[in-house]
Design a protein around this ligand. Sequence first.
Ligand SMILES: *Cc1c(COP(=O)(O)O)cnc(C)c1O
Length: 403
Amino acid sequence: MIKVSKLKEAVSAYGTPLYIYDLDVIEKQYLKLKNSMSNIKDLKIYFAAKALSNISILNYFKSLGTGLETSSIEEVKIGLKCGFNKDDILYSPNGVGLEEIIEANNLGVKLNLDSLESIEAFTENYSEREISIRINPNIYAGGNERISVGHKDSKFGISEDKLSRLVKIEQEGKLIVSGIHVHTGSDILKNEELELTVNKIFKIARKFKNLKSINLGGGIKVQYFDGDSKTDLKEYSNVICRELDKFTLETNRNIQIILEPGKFLTSESGFFLTKVNNIKKSYNTKFAQVNSGFNHFIRPTLYNSYHEIIKLNKDNDEKETYNVVGYICEKDTFAQQRTINKLKVGDLICFKNAGAYCFSMSSNYNSRVKPAEACIIDNKIKLIRKRETVENLLKNQINIFVK
Ligand SMILES: *Cc1c(COP(=O)(O)O)cnc(C)c1O
């Protein structure tokens, strides 16, 4: 882990609440993934931009050589602004209108579409376009119900009963299915779930004669605490290779494998730093209230996710059990009945695994400004996003009662 002295230095420079990302950790994760997949001949890694979308981070990924997986036209535009090649940006929308798909098409990025209905509408105007299609494999995977997106009742992907129609559209010369894609969820706990998905996708791959790539999505699980489970990458890569080799032998075609993790690449790089505002005892509970809320850090509230808490100034070895909560006028519990070093007003605490889906999910609820973001590169702290101000909050608002 990053040195506590470095975190304190960042707080002295930029205050709290503050997100800070260690770029060395991002690189280490990238290389770990690449190396554990080294038995795959043609592998491309795309970073899922929605996990951590600061432009300095996106530029860092570009320097590492990844592509960018985007979920909105805005992310596409930001990716292009960061200088990613059009070919290295994959646009995977869900539930968007035809106009947005056409806009992405006109920007020249790769399309990964997930509804037969919108593909049919798209091919009315744009024939013989190479696209990738997102499959709903009808597999329940992912850490919890909210982040499981590949099962039968999920809105994502194209159900298997629609695939013969797609094959037919392709035969009619209206489109070219050059890629198939699947993403079944985040924090996938069991390797068997990944294996089921891989098997199914390779089976489906045999239906499409112009296929160049198979995209297995993200979902790689990281540890949130010592002893927590994580994805066995070697085993995962063996499963992929086994199916890929069979496929190549049978069809004599070379296929690129794409992975597009968000959490695996950034979760552990991030630390969220806050200050203790108040220690309060109410009935039988001791609350440690910090200068943040679910407006800045929603994962514990939304997903019940566990984030390790570290007190930065260790002035004693005494332990105490707290509900660590925020300052929002709503339930914003970061940790329930957590035993940590005894806290007092003014202490700094840091939440770990705050690099993925933390700042990028923040909001201005309660008209609170968003935190600043910083990163550590070559052992130096750099600011990558200024703390918002009240002026920022008011910038786009119009007061119709002002004369
Ligand atoms: C969010 C997302 C990812 C990244 O998921 P992680 O769990 O962060 O790895 C990858 N692909 C798609 C299509 C996504 O929506």
